[in-house]
Design a protein around this ligand. Structure first.
Ligand SMILES: [Ca+2]
Length: 450
């Protein structure tokens, strides 16, 4: 200090005062920003038919809590997952990347996800407490950015209650913004719903859809169990909503809902490129921020959820994100709307225990509002399904295909993809165009030569 002359001391003090004032203001702003950051509850349903939700128009299911949350927010009715199986889709929710970009395209393979830029890591850096329970396939949850929760509690979470999560909420709610990865193994098998959920339905009166031509009694029995499992999921969400309400934070909590992959009795679903495998609704709910009662049938991707959550949390979206925030659509601002969704479908197992999506991919597809095009890049055979493809074809034919075979469906007149139009001469040019498009998409998104 003795080296400073009078003038510089005055300047120094002024600077010091300004700095103190600046830091006080900055701290206040940071506090305000933190207070404004919404809590985020990410509800990931497991192996769930996208048409088995009240808010999707189903009159038989019992999903009153999800229906209420959906109606209190904005629903996207036509979203596609980047794969139709748990591990790759959950990895895509964490990374915001395509399976062939992250390397996690299988359920069973050599690698785990790179935690850099993971959703929980980015939220943690922004001041969130981040909690994981239920389905979580990767390595150490702390490395992935989860500050709380054990992860890998699929067998017990919600099935045996939510005590650990509720203790976490008692600790942090109202004190720190929080992110909850809520991913129970429900309605996933084992389909063993408690009696109280079975009592909600009459197995004899489960409706049979007009497209189902198989064993009606077997269908009713399976559908009955699915319905009770879905009621169990909804009750789990209801218990969480009541807990958040009890802690006084419900109005500051954003709910994001989706399904990790489809499941269907009577149609090919999980593990396949068909709509019952890759389609899910998404809803976003945040009182006072996200408009209630909105529904969009735009083609969106579940890859859009990662940038959307970061957007609402006030966190910069990294360049690595493959999707785009849905917030502009929700807020009625100019937004680029997709006219086509693409995807790549893989077996459950990586072959030869190395990660090479270009070798293991077995179908590429494109979907517009009207058309669904599929190109099979491997022979698909039921033989060995259990230890390779793991495609779900419950009470329906296994989708056997030859390498190079193409499917084309008119989703407007044939939403369940029952009538393959690919052999009709009038569609030849259209098939060629779709084939060029899916191969170009694969290459543009970093896929190596097939
Ligand atoms: Ca699943």
């Amino acid at each position: 200090m003795k080296h400073l002359n009078h003038r510089s001391i005055r300047t120094f003090v002024a600077c010091l005062t300004a700095s103190v004032a600046f830091f006080a203001v900055a701290a206040e702003a940071a506090e305000a920003a933190e207070a404004e950051r919404p809590n985020v509850v990410f509800i990931i349903s497991d192996d769930h038919d996208f048409e088995h939700l009240g808010f999707m128009g189903n009159r038989t299911v019992h999903t009153p809590t999800l229906d209420r949350l959906a109606e209190a927010g904005t629903v996207f009715t036509h979203a596609h997952l980047p794969m139709s199986r748990c591990h790759p889709t959950l990895a895509s929710f964490l990374s915001g990347r395509w399976p062939h970009q992250s390397g996690i395209y299988y359920n069973y393979g050599p690698r785990q996800l790179d935690p850099k830029n993971s959703l929980p890591n980015l939220l943690k850096k922004a001041g969130y407490a981040t909690y994981v329970e239920g389905k979580y396939w990767e390595g150490d949850p702390r490395e992935m950015g989860f500050t709380h929760g054990k992860g890998k509690t699929a067998k017990t979470f919600v099935r045996k209650g939510q005590d650990d999560l509720f203790a976490f909420l008692d600790d942090v709610a109202g004190r720190q913004p929080f992110f909850v990865w809520w991913a129970p193994l429900i309605p996933h098998t084992p389909h063993n719903p408690p009696a109280k959920y079975q009592k909600l339905f009459d197995a004899e009166k489960v409706p049979i859809p007009e497209w189902f031509k198989g064993d009606k009694e077997a269908f009713r029995q399976r559908e009955f169990k699915s319905l009770a499992m879905e009621a169990w999921l909804d009750d789990g969400v209801n218990q969480l909503v009541e807990k958040l309400d009890g802690r006084g934070v419900l109005k500051q909590t954003m709910f994001v809902f989706l399904i990790d992959n489809g499941w269907c009795n009577g149609l090919v679903s999980k593990g396949s490129p068909f709509e019952k495998g890759v389609r899910t609704p998404i809803f976003l709910t945040l009182p006072g921020e996200i408009q209630a009662g909105q529904r969009f049938d735009h083609l969106v991707s579940t890859l859009d959820v990662y940038p959307t959550i970061l957007d609402y949390a006030g966190v910069k979206v990294p360049e690595t994100a493959a999707g785009r925030s849905l917030r502009p659509i929700v807020e009625g601002r100019p937004a680029e709307i997709r006219d086509v969704l693409y995807g790549a479908i893989y077996p459950a197992f990586a072959t030869k225990n190395d990660a090479r999506p270009e070798r293991d991919v077995y179908a590429l597809y494109a979907r517009t509002k009207k058309w669904k095009y599929i190109l099979f890049t491997q022979d698909v055979r039921q033989t060995g399904n259990g230890n390779y493809f793991r495609v779900q074809s419950i009470l329906t034919d296994y989708p056997e295909r030859d390498r190079g075979q193409q499917d084309l469906y008119d989703l407007e007149s044939d939403p369940h993809e029952l009538n393959n139009l690919a052999s009709k001469p009038e569609h030849r040019e259209q098939l060629e165009q779709f084939k060029r498009d899916v191969l170009a998409w694969w290459q543009e998104t970093g896929g190596k030569p097939l």
